[in-house]
Design a protein around this ligand. Structure first.
Ligand code: G16
Length: 544
């Protein structure tokens, strides 16, 4: 590998220095910003992926180019580890280091220094696979990645347009192909086949009731869901799926007044198409890794949102029921992982009603995923609808070994096995999560009214606050408190005390140039008022 060829390739992919000596950092979802700043960053991420692959004995590393729920003008790049999980945290530091090199020469030197420091054999083979969402800027960013792979003699496969979870799936498939833990066929078609077969097994003898309308945020989820629907046979399972907001030809409409982030933050349905009262609706986000359901009560016209907390509680309660029926109660541990954004009522419901343990982690699926691995069945969801259910190897083996003593036990075991295949084990996947929700509703014979009645959310509000310098805000206690700037948390605490059953926290976003404030309280007006007051405090402390 030649220093000169890395420098020459790097020269084609410049980076703009940030003002005031600020650094680009590998955040909640990799590097994410205005797309025109990302060319050089993506090149350098390619270099790091080439190192990571060599460090891991040539296993394929995934790189996803997406800015998910962010506006169309943004883009992002993140690294996926061989088993489909997020990049190991220690390596985020190396990514930040490589990306912030001041010159092209420094890029090459840092590359070789990292190789030495991390004992990477540069003569070994390496592989990177990549995918992108529907943003047009993704095409040139893919080229930057490809150039980094050529300059480091790394084999590169471009899977073109994919949902984020599909790229995670493919990464795991490539690395497990031909082994006893093979995760599936290494192709997009293999993904659809695996999901559809698991869906049909999970729905055996059950029927979904009525149609489901899916808002795809005008993102990649639209065309991909339509591919899956070509395989799905509504006459077998009763599920009629209608796809809306699936225009991927007009980049500017991506995530615009639609999608999971819109529904969650505005706490209302997208204006178009207008949901029919009583109908079952859900929204995906721009790269199809988040899912939110909603429903309008035909009697009161009240809007009900089923966010990540609701999906987690539904999944945990169903799996716990299946365990009881299958006679596995007590053998395997189920736990729920949430973040500070989880509605207090959902936490109480899991702990007190379902009698299951809850763990709270900082925002970012990498944190939740890690915590969920500590359980035999780890249900993790962020309130924004990003999450999945992890089945440990032990759990899967227990389902396989268990001899059913009755037809009911057999059905429960079959359903558990099917769910383990249906639910994407690598990362939150809106399409697979949506089918999981449909399976559960069909098994329980529930409509959305029944689901809405499980517990009552505390009124809450999420506010985005633009500040002079978001980096001033440092958190502790799984982001439930600010450690910096000094004095800010005290003011928030004083404010929260004035409201009933209230809670509020602030943190810097890892994907946007802003802070987020969350507040919940006993009544709608108290939650709104508290959120505005705390947002004001944050603004005051946030620098000019
Ligand atoms: C990403 C992360 C999520 C996180 C979200 C918002 O989601 O993967 O874990 O909750 O950003 O993060 P923040 O509040 O730090 O901006 P996505 O769907 O945008 O990739």
């Amino acid at each position: 590998m030649e220093r000169d060829s890395i420098i020459a390739a790097s020269q084609k992919h410049d980076i703009a220095a940030l003002p005031d000596g600020k650094l680009y950092t590998y955040g909640t979802a990799g590097f994410r910003m205005a797309a025109d700043l990302l060319d050089g960053i993506t090149f350098r991420v390619g270099l790091l992926s080439a190192l990571r692959s060599r460090k891991l004995n040539g296993q394929a590393i995934g790189v996803m180019i997406t800015a998910s729920h962010n506006p169309a003008k943004d883009n992002g790049v993140k690294i996926v580890d061989p088993m489909g999980d997020m990049l190991e945290q220690e390596w985020e530091v190396y990514a930040t280091q490589l990306v912030n090199c001041a010159t092209h020469e420094a890029v090459a030197d840092t590359f070789f220094q990292l190789a030495e420091q991390l004992k990477v054999d540069l003569k070994a083979g390496a592989k990177v696979i990549a995918g992108r969402d529907t943003r047009p800027s993704g095409i040139t960013l893919l080229q930057a990645l490809s150039d980094a792979c050529s300059a480091t003699q790394t084999s590169f496969v471009d899977y073109k347009v994919l949902t984020t979870p599909q790229l995670h799936y493919l990464t795991r498939c490539v690395n497990t192909e031909g082994t006893p833990s093979s995760y599936g066929e290494v192709s997009e078609a293999g993904y659809y086949k695996k999901i559809n077969s698991a869906w049909e097994r999970a729905m055996k003898n059950k029927k979904a009731s009525g149609a489901l309308t899916v808002d795809c945020a005008n993102g990649v989820g639209g065309p991909k869901l339509k591919e899956l629907l070509k395989l799905m046979d509504p006459s077998k399972t009763g599920l009629e799926c209608k796809v809306v907001n699936d225009d991927v030809l007009k980049p500017e409409v991506l995530n615009l007044d639609c999608g999971a982030d819109f529904v969650k933050t505005r706490q209302r349905a997208p204006p178009n198409p207008k949901p029919q009262p009583g109908g079952r609706w859900c929204s995906l986000d721009g790269d199809a890794d988040r899912l939110i359901y909603y429903w309008i009560d035909p009697e009161t016209t009240q809007f009900f949102m089923f966010d990540g907390d609701r999906i987690a509680t539904l999944a945990a309660s169903f799996i716990a029921d299946l365990f009881r029926t299958a006679g596995l109660d007590g053998e395997l541990r189920i736990g729920v992982v949430q973040t500070a954004y989880a509605n207090g009522a959902s936490t109480k419901y899991v702990e007190q009603h379902l009698q299951l343990p809850v763990v709270c982690t900082p925002t970012g699926v990498k944190h939740l995923h890690h915590a969920a691995c500590a359980f035999d069945i780890g249900v993790y969801f962020e309130a924004n609808g990003h999450g999945t259910v992890l089945f440990s190897t032990d759990a899967v083996q227990t389902f396989e070994k268990k001899q059913p003593q009755s037809p009911a036990q057999k059905e429960a075991l079959d359903t558990l096995r099917a769910l383990a295949d249906l639910i994407n084990q690598t990362v939150g996947d809106a399409i697979s999560d949506m089918l999981m929700v449909e399976v559960i509703l069909a098994h329980k014979g529930w409509g959305l009214r029944d689901w809405a009645m499980t517990y009552q959310d505390l009124p809450n509000r999420l506010v985005r606050v633009e500040v002079g310098n978001k980096d001033l805000f440092q958190t502790t206690d799984a982001e439930r408190k600010l450690s910096q700037p000094a004095g800010c948390q005290d003011e928030i605490d004083q404010c929260v005390k004035k409201y009933t059953n209230a809670r509020s926290f602030a943190r810097a976003s890892g994907t946007e140039n802003a802070c987020r404030v969350y507040a919940e309280a006993a009544t709608r007006s108290e939650a709104d008022d508290l959120a505005n007051k705390v947002a004001h405090i944050v603004k005051t402390y946030g620098g000019a």
